[in-house]
Design a protein around this ligand. Sequence first.
Ligand SMILES: Nc1ncnc2c1ncn2[C@@H]1O[C@H](COP(=O)(O)OP(=O)(O)O)[C@@H](O)[C@H]1O
Ligand SMILES: CC(=O)OP(=O)(O)O
Ligand SMILES: [Mg+2]
Length: 401
Amino acid sequence: MYILVINSGSSSIKYQLFPFHSEEPLSKGLIERIGLPGSFLTHTFTRQGVEQTLRLDEPVADHAAGMRQVAALLVRADIAVLQDPAQISCIGHRVVHGGETLSRTTVITPGVKQKIKDLYPLAPLHNPGHIKGIEVTEAIFPGALQVAVFDTAFHQTLPERAFRYAIPERFYKQEGVRVYGFHGISHEYVAGEALAYLGRPGARLVTIHLGNGCSMAAVQGGTCIDTSMGMTPLDGLIMGTRSGTIDASVLIHLSERLGLTPAELSVLLNKESGMLGLTGHSDMRDVSRLYAAGDPAAVLAYEMYAYRIKKFIGAYAAALNGLDAIVFTAGVGENDALTRELVCRDMDVFGIAIDGNENTRRDAGIRNLSAAGARTPVLVIPTNEELAIARKCRKLAEESA
Ligand SMILES: Nc1ncnc2c1ncn2[C@@H]1O[C@H](COP(=O)(O)OP(=O)(O)O)[C@@H](O)[C@H]1O
Ligand SMILES: CC(=O)OP(=O)(O)O
Ligand SMILES: [Mg+2]
């Protein structure tokens, strides 16, 4: 028996295939830059004890095309790691938005699929891709149990003062207008890794997930008490194509002055803003090349991106009444030394200072970047949302057995 995990991000699809009782994947892969020039897939698999990697440099226009490519690779006879695709008994899908009613790990029924579809307007960059992932795998692995694991679950512990908006209560009660928070699978995973690394189960952490989507969480002894995304994954930090926090009056102004409709405003803020809006590029590797060449728009965009993160570190140090470590994770957080340098610069008030050499090293695994004598560990912890999802699927399967 095997568990296949599918993690559709806004710019990527990641997947791992685990033996049911093992945390060592038999096969894993990643499609990056979906919808951008230069998209590519890397597929790693172990056959007869030898690890091999296959790279496909083909345009991947959207998540549907990406999922078809992944599914085809998993059953391709010459590289297949399983004799029979029916050996996959469970498929775990990351689902970003489950709204008010879905946050616990759940078996995907037609009703669950409908709820994920109903939430398209609240997660336009994610929920449509999740449905594609579910439908493609249902067709190819018809006997497997399909399971949804939600990005919102870890944020269910937020106190009401953190999850409510200051608008009349009826909008919360009748419309579910509240902070849900996202990237919870990743924040929970890296917080757990950090607590174990520090050997301090009660530590106060700020976890900083910087991928194409970006968010932060304030975590007290493993429990989340605040997070930067809101009712949707648009809020908070500046992201690849999303604006992050913006004065709501800007939308009213644009609608009144320029006649922008709700649909046009959604496209503007979700797909045309953030680093893309500021520099013309959403992928941080492209923006960092421009920065290195001294491009003024890229320099400003990096400064804005880092400044927003700094402000949330300050806010969460206050919310936690202290700070025992900060954790960088995800595509940018794990790989982009420039972002970490700009965020950690002039942060002595929080005991944060990093060592330049440590920051630019490229070792795998958990790293502590703190400069000698600095009070607060600055950790880089590779996230592994797929492993976290596999663990939750295994728990669900065992509980319902
Ligand atoms: N070596 C690298 N240096 C800088 N940024 C990187 C590097 N590798 C990946 N990234 C950035 O990580 C982001 C994608 O992160 P990821 O966590 O995979 O995103 P998502 O899951 O939101 O689709 C992209 O902006 C990409 O540029
Ligand atoms: C919630 C979210 O923005 O996810 P991702 O970063 O994977 O796009
Ligand atoms: Mg992601």
